[in-house]
Design a protein around this ligand. Structure first.
Ligand code: ADP
Ligand code: MG
Length: 576
């Protein structure tokens, strides 16, 4: 086939590659096979960075994480049929998380359709409900138009997923280069949506007259790159704030105004809540009783007007990008000379008392370094030995929940976790994307991927990808032999030998003391097995010294270790 260089004909593969490049796409994560091998090569020839992964799901997670980190969708490239279907979970995750993603899959030749073509599947239909935009370009000439639309759909407004279907016949079809529309436009960045001034002033009035105001900083504020504006707002007003799990770091966790350690109280007692880029879904207990005060007033700011008033009716509902809103509100509150005094304000007193009490619990747990270790002792040791500017990837049940409180973020978009969809298996893909981002945009910055043992199992083979691309991800596995929790060796052996193994083995159990760190040995390296706090410290030190390959730190903990007792059993609260 003639290539771009021939100056005469150009095929679908090369039109696709050039179009992506011209739309500002930088990264492609994928797995190749028929019919997209030439596609991947055309991508590289066009200067797109290609990272070959081991499972399409992980590739899809990586592509959406790079989308969140850069603001431009990452591409996930997959083969037809099963390849595309393995991406569906990833597309749904991107869509639910509001992260930009563009999935591109090859599909069977159009003249094999309907007669049982190889890996034939209705791919556009299958993708549509997971996407903001799903299409098959009808001709090579129209590929640039569809790429432009897909990239724009993925990143504009509320970000999400897009899908482009590329039949083998389209990828190889040739047209004259001057017919290919390679110079199809790239849209100018869309001007930020500004808030209506009257709504800013209503929001300022509501906050300034509140007894117990609270700011909730969501990952929409991180997507919006609104960190400077939100930091100024919090610092100037000294209103207590709570980050959502991935809103962490927009304002530093170490800010004196962060009340994460009094989260339950803050949500329960606040009378006016400024909600910056977070949905009132399960993660925020729907904004309803018993977790929120019955008559709490919500000032809701979102780029997606359809989101306004979801779950509870907002007192002030603002359709705006977070950054211009936060800037305007700060100015409006300055006019009113509004600023709380944490040393004397009664609301601050309530929160500080709770923070002190919770800090005592954590201190007692985390200083109990008896072996096998508990979660709190593990996270204290991890937090003390990783760089404060590291990107932290985290998934698992207790591992992620307890890690939320104990592993701190002081920079925005530095926390990637199971997210709104609660997806397990995202960790290694997210970590690969984050490490690529560090290499290209923040050299020297480290990625620490803290995984539960069960969570790690979903995508563990991506360690090979980390080796191949020389990515120094530090994978920390908090290993409790199971899902939620497992068993000690003796109990596990007793249970397994009590009868038919499929009837006796609890579904939550995983094998005892699995030596995940030995995966390093298949690459000729050595991993770290840890049982004590000293082991953890030594392992992290060694891992931080390695800069051209991943490390695995396998921490065996007490399988009975658990989370601090919670005041509310959130998932089982009925809303009927
Ligand atoms: P969290 O997981 O932190 O609770 P969610 O994913 O529930 O956050 O909510 C993020 C919200 O932020 C979404 O409703 C989305 O529409 C909104 N959002 C995304 N980008 C922006 C932006 N630039 N400005 C304002 N809101 C945004
Ligand atoms: Mg576990």
């Amino acid at each position: 086939t003639k290539s771009l260089c021939s100056g005469m004909g150009i095929d679908g593969n090369n039109i696709l590659a050039e179009s992506l490049k011209r739309q500002g796409v930088e990264y492609v994560f994928g797995i190749v096979g028929i019919p997209v091998i030439e596609t991947s090569m055309a991508f590289q020839a066009a200067g797109l960075k290609y990272i070959g992964m081991r499972n399409e799901q992980a590739a899809c997670y990586a592509a959406q994480a790079i989308g969140y980190l850069t603001g431009k969708p990452g591409v996930c490239l997959a083969v037809s049929g099963p390849g595309l279907l393995h991406c569906i979970g990833g597309m749904a995750n991107a869509q639910v998380n509001c992260w930009p993603l563009l999935v591109i899959a090859g599909s069977c030749p159009e003249d094999h359709e309907g007669i049982g073509g190889f890996q034939e599947w209705p791919q556009v239909e299958s993708s549509r409900q997971y996407c903001k935009y799903a299409a098959r370009p009808p001709s090579p000439r129209l590929i640039p138009l569809h790429v432009e639309r897909a990239v724009r759909a993925a990143s504009a407004g509320r970000p999400g997923a897009a899908y482009l279907d590329m039949p083998a016949t389209l990828l190889t079809a040739e047209v004259d280069e001057d017919q290919a529309q390679l110079d199809y436009y790239a849209a100018d960045p869309i001007t930020l949506g500004h808030p209506a001034p009257s709504l800013v002033s209503q929001a300022a009035d509501a906050l300034a007259t509140a007894q117990r105001p609270l700011v909730i900083v969501g990952k929409g504020a991180a997507s919006a790159r609104a960190e400077d504006a939100v930091r100024k707002l919090v610092d100037a007003t000294r209103v207590p704030f709570l980050p959502t799990p991935m809103g962490k770091g927009v304002v530093p966790d170490t800010s004196p105004y962060c009340v994460s350690s009094a989260r339950t109280q803050a949500l329960l007692k606040a009378d006016v809540i400024l909600l910056l880029g977070a949905r009132l879904n399960w993660m925020l207990h729907f904004g309803q009783t018993p977790r929120f005060a019955k008559d709490v007033k919500i000032i809701q700011v979102d780029i997606s007007p359809e989101e306004l008033h979801n779950s509870v009716k907002s007192e002030v509902a603002v359709h705006s990008d977070i950054r211009p809103f936060a800037e305007a509100l700060t100015a409006e509150l300055a006019k009113r000379k509004f600023s709380l005094q944490p040393a004397s304000h009664p609301w601050w007193k309530i929160l500080q008392e709770k923070q002190t009490a919770n800090a005592e619990f954590v201190k007692a747990q985390s200083s109990d370094t008896s072996v096998p270790l508990n979660y709190y002792a593990v996270f204290k040791a991890v937090q003390a030995n990783i760089p404060s500017d590291a990107i932290i990837v985290s998934e698992g049940a207790n591992t992620m929940d307890i890690g939320r409180g104990m592993l701190l973020n002081n920079l925005p978009r530095h926390r990637l976790d199971a997210g709104t969809f609660g997806t397990m298996g995202v960790g290694p893909g997210f970590a690969i994307a984050a490490a690529m981002w560090c290499r290209d945009h923040a050299p020297g910055k480290r990625v620490v991927c803290v995984e539960g043992d069960s969570a790690f199992g979903f995508s563990g083979m991506e360690i090979e990808t980390m080796f191949r691309y020389k990515l120094p991800v530090i994978v920390v596995i908090v290993n409790n032999n199971g899902i939620y929790g497992g068993f000690d060796k003796e109990t596990y052996n007793d249970i397994q030998s009590a009868g038919d193994v499929t009837l006796c083995t609890p579904p939550t159990a995983l094998s005892n003391e699995v030596r995940y760190e030995k995966m390093m040995e298949i690459f000729g390296e050595t991993g770290h097995l840890c049982r004590t706090v000293d082991d953890i410290q030594a392992a992290l030190k060694k891992a931080l010294a390695v800069t051209d390959r991943p490390s695995i730190i396998n921490i065996l903990i007490n399988p009975q270790s658990n989370r601090k007792p919670q005041a509310f059993n959130w998932l089982t609260e009925s809303k009927l």
